[in-house]
Design a protein around this ligand. Structure first.
Ligand SMILES: [Zn+2]
Length: 119
């Protein structure tokens, strides 16, 4: 259920930006999700459609960018992605102490606002 919580946070941030900018609707949101993040695009979209109703973000489109995981072995400093090795085992030396460089992110990268309608 944590998708609901993070989706709520995104909505809050987007609404605040739209209000501060003195603009009307939010039309597009660009989200970055790491490969290792457990967030699921479809769940976020599902909650988004529900909680954005009646807000400045109603009808806004969500765009997802997946960031591939990069890992670094703490033993031999070899850097690798999940296509080359396993999450917690270095493919070069077999060591099990690995630093996660990227892949855990979840953030709102940018958003687009509609021009305010002339009154
Ligand atoms: Zn290694």
């Amino acid at each position: 259920m944590h998708e609901l919580a993070v989706t709520g946070q995104i909505l809050e941030i987007a609404e605040r930006h739209a209000t501060e900018a003195g603009r009307g609707q939010v039309t597009d949101l660009y989200l970055v999700i790491g490969e290792l993040s457990t967030f699921i695009d479809d769940s976020i979209q599902f909650y988004w459609d529900i909680i954005s109703r009646g807000t400045l973000c109603e009808g806004a489109r969500l765009h997802f960018t997946r960031v591939p995981a990069r890992l670094r072995c703490q033993h031999c400093s070899c850097e690798y992605g999940l296509e080359q090795g396993e999450l917690m085992v270095c493919p070069a030396c077999g060591h099990g102490r690995v630093t996660i460089l990227t892949g855990q992110e979840f953030r709102l990268e940018s958003l687009e606002l509609a021009e305010k309608e002339p009154s």
